[in-house]
Design a protein around this ligand. Structure first.
Ligand SMILES: Cc1cc2nc3c(=O)[nH]c(=O)nc-3n(C[C@H](O)[C@H](O)[C@H](O)COP(=O)(O)OP(=O)(O)OC[C@H]3O[C@@H](n4cnc5c(N)ncnc54)[C@H](O)[C@@H]3O)c2cc1C
Length: 390
């Protein structure tokens, strides 16, 4: 079949079968829209950012739109098994932010007050002693305090993506793999479908859920989606016993080093501020020394950590200019964005599915704020500012 032949018709075509595309498909099916086709260019799902994520979920953000997206998403992750009928692997171990400067502590205090005002009832500001009680392995001599929210934590992104997909397929949604979307089809100012390497899907609605690869696709419809890929790396450790059983995600604000338990070991992360733009997320062995140096600065017992550099991996964040997602309509009628999560697409995929499906079905979403995430904000100069991005 050539790219010009008709593959199928649908009410909605979704480009990208990662966690975001899968969530949108499931949410559409919940609304009764099941004539939906997901196009995934790979032979199976999860080969994009979703399968390379750290899986962290948190309500501890600085901006109202992000906090509200997280509140919706974390509640759905908590109830995932009943609601979606599949496991999410949600572990509410909490996120523990550690401040070792007065400025960082003041920043946490302001964020906690803001989060509480928006309904994050269980987030709290910590003394240095509180930090030590939650994470006894941490060096405390310079710690001013911290913040902690016990319903933050982590999920298994792969399970979530597969769960949404399986439930959507049971409802009648279709997925076509090995199908790369090559061109968006526009007549006048209206989307009519999408051409792929497996043929054309004719559809009055097309959702761009192509993660870090969205920008070139959007261009084929004459739309600029300002998302660029940025490599991030993770390093798993061998089994390590020196942490509490319910160890939270621990973030050292002084360096940006963070870690969480993974199996019987840990997953170590550090976002290199000097990372150059890069489309191939190969793991750089130099990362091992960089992350371990910062790990040791905060947790002296990590001198005993054993790591195998061959087990490290890299992936791509999908960065937007203000590090917030880009959701909703585009200048082309029927063409929708679900991109630009800047490292938060796993934690915000449930809310994104709700927003995008409501917009397609009702033309509005009353339960979540989508206007602050609109593509139009860039032209209007109404950028958001999230001070803390991991
Ligand atoms: C190292 C690392 C750590 C992270 N940690 C976290 C975290 O702790 N918490 C969190 O919330 N987020 C985290 N993220 C970010 C998160 O992984 C992403 O935001 C999220 O996975 C985005 O999901 P997605 O479905 O939009 O994109 P993807 O998972 O990349 O899916 C996009 C899909 O689209 C397909 N595709 C692309 N172009 C086309 C095309 N033209 N035609 C057909 N298919 C196409 C791709 O093959 C891919 O399957 C992390 C990311 C990385 C790299």
């Amino acid at each position: 079949m050539s790219t010009h032949d008709l593959l199928t018709t649908a009410d909605v075509a979704i480009v990208g079968g990662g966690i975001v595309g899968a969530s949108i498909a499931w949410h559409l099916a919940q609304r009764g829209v099941t004539n939906v086709v997901i196009l995934e260019r790979e032979s199976h799902q999860g080969l994009g950012s979703t399968g390379r994520s750290m899986g962290g979920v948190r309500a501890q953000f600085g901006t109202e739109p992000n906090i509200r997206m997280s509140l919706y998403s974390i509640a759905q992750y908590r109830d995932f098994e009943q609601v979606v009928g599949e496991p999410s692997g949600y572990k509410p171990h909490g996120y523990l932010f550690i401040a070792s400067s007065a400025a960082h502590f003041a920043h946490l205090a302001a964020n906690v007050a803001h989060q509480q005002s928006l309904g994050v009832d269980n987030v709290r500001l910590l003394t240095a002693d509180d930090v030590g009680a939650l994470a006894p392995m941490v060096r405390l001599d310079d710690v001013v305090g911290g913040s902690y929210c016990p319903t933050d934590g982590f999920v298994d992104p792969y399970s979530v993506m597969n769960g949404y997909t399986a439930a959507a397929l049971r409802a009648g949604v279709r997925i076509v793999k090995n199908a790369e979307a090559t061109r968006l089809l526009v007549e006048g100012n209206r989307i009519t479908g999408v051409a792929s390497t497996r043929g054309v899907v004719s559809a009055p609605n097309v959702v761009m859920a192509a993660g870090p690869w969205v920008a070139p696709l959007a261009t084929t419809a004459g739309v600029t989606v300002p998302v660029s890929p940025l490599r991030r790396m993770l390093l798993p450790t061998e089994p390590f016993g020196g942490i509490p059983e319910r160890c939270p995600m621990v973030i050292d604000m002084a360096t940006g080093f963070h870690f969480r338990p993974e199996g019987r070991g840990l997953l170590l992360a550090w976002n290199d501020p000097d990372e150059a733009p890069c489309r191939e997320p190969v793991f750089d062995p130099a990362f091992v020394e960089k992350v371990l140096l910062r790990a040791l600065e905060r947790v002296p017992s990590f001198i005993d950590l054993a790591v195998n550099p061959k087990r490290g991996w890299g992936g791509l964040y999908e960065m937007s200019p203000d590090k917030h997602g880009i959701l909703g309509p585009t200048p082309v009628e029927g063409l929708w964005c679900a991109n630009g999560f800047s490292g938060h697409g796993v934690m915000h995929s449930p809310a994104t599915g709700r927003v995008v499906s409501d917009l397609i079905v009702d033309g509005r979403c009353d339960v979540l704020p989508w206007q602050p995430f609109a593509l139009a904000r860039f032209e209007a100069g109404e950028l958001l500012h999230e001070p803390a991005v991991l």
